[in-house]
Design a protein around this ligand. Structure first.
Ligand SMILES: Nc1ncnc2c1ncn2[C@@H]1O[C@H](COP(=O)(O)OP(=O)(O)O)[C@@H](O)[C@H]1O
Ligand SMILES: [Mg+2]
Length: 326
């Protein structure tokens, strides 16, 4: 299990930074995914871009494949809980999904008092706030401690370049973002997904700490889970076996998510303003190894790096002529 460091270093030169397949439909660029929309379908290419503090700070080799395959793994596993957008996975970096109308609210579930960014629950708690997204929090809780109950802490879905904003259930309904009925249905669905995710992670020796879900309405008006699910970009994972010890020694729990890159950036004086420092290959390889480890730990399957020059491979997988790249 795991991937050879020499291979990761080699792949640093061949990451997927940007794609352009006009044949596939209208191109929509997100921070991490390039999507192509046509006739009710959306071809989502997960690139190797990494965003921290809502800024793209570089690429991590094989990250796109990890995210795409991990998402697909979870979408298959959770179909019995509720419908999702996934139709097929024609390439390690590509998912074909049903085009939906995204809800303007993101459903975030939190099981632990943690986080570093200004919207995180620990950030608020540390500064004395005892009301968070409409939930009352008791005094005396420690950093990284399990919360007395699972909390739904929604955010608005920000436009590109802006930051998501915390919001309560009541505010989301009052502002007319979603109806009460739809909000509660979405909350129930995502709660079940999170509980299933926590149970599965526990079996694999992991803790699913928190996660963010996006939902949409399909052409029939059905509520479906969209975007990605339980990936290290949308979720925080800790190792279960070292958690108690870290907590009792006042250390941060060992994490399997993009916290590693965030911490490197922060220790180099970057927290989202201005030009980010260039990620050294050593940091990119370590981050890649962690993403791959997350895949293997969570799925219990060995990660197999897709070979070939990625853009030629993706063209071939999607049945596109590769005239441009020969
Ligand atoms: N099934 C879907 N229908 C419509 N939009 C979707 C669907 N799945 C994901 N999206 C949107 O596609 C984008 C995915 O690209 P990503 O790079 O993750 O974007 P972001 O910068 O918003 O995080 C997101 O804006 C997400 O809301
Ligand atoms: Mg996203």
């Amino acid at each position: 299990m795991g991937v050879d460091r020499a291979l990761l270093l080699e792949r640093c030169e061949r990451t997927i930074e940007r794609t352009d397949f006009p044949e596939l439909g209208e191109r929509v660029e997100g921070k991490v995914r390039d999507s192509y929309v046509r006739e009710g379908r959306r071809v989502m290419v997960t690139t190797d871009r990494i965003s921290c503090f809502d800024v793209i700070v570089g690429t991590i080799p094989l990250k796109g494949q990890v995210l795409n395959q991990l998402s697909a793994f979870w979408f298959e596993r959770t179909r019995s809980i509720g419908p999702n957008h996934l139709l097929e996975v024609p390439d390690p970096n590509v998912s074909v999904v049903r085009q939906c109308r995204p809800l303007p609210v993101e459903f975030v579930f939190r099981a632990y008092l943690t986080g570093v960014t200004p919207t995180s629950i620990w950030y608020a708690y540390e500064r004395g706030k005892r009301l968070y997204c409409g939930h009352k929090l008791p005094d005396g809780l420690q950093k990284h401690e399990r919360l007395p109950e699972l909390l739904l802490t929604p955010t608005t879905k920000a436009e590109k370049g802006a930051h998501d904003e915390l919001i309560s259930r009541e505010e989301a309904i009052e502002r007319g973002m979603v109806s009460e009925e739809l909000f509660d249905r979405a909350a129930q669905l995502t709660r079940s997904l999170f509980e299933a995710g926590m149970r599965w992670a526990d079996r694999q020796g992991m803790i699913l700490v928190d996660t963010k879900y996006e939902l949409g309405l399909d052409s029939e008006g059905e509520l479906v889970v969209i975007d990605e699910i339980h990936t290290p970009d949308s979720s925080r994972y800790w190792y279960r076996d070292t958690y108690e010890r870290a907590l009792s020694e006042g250390r941060d729990p060992e994490a399997l998510d993009k916290e590693y890159v965030r911490r490197w950036l922060a220790s180099n004086g970057y927290t989202g303003d201005g030009e980010p420092p260039k990620l050294p290959d050593e940091i990119r390889c370590e981050a890649a190894a962690r993403y791959i480890e997350a895949y293997e730990r969570v799925t219990g399957l060995p990660f197999e790096p897709a070979d070939d020059d990625p853009s030629t491979r993706i063209r071939r997988s999607l049945g596109l002529f590769s005239s441009k790249s020969v």
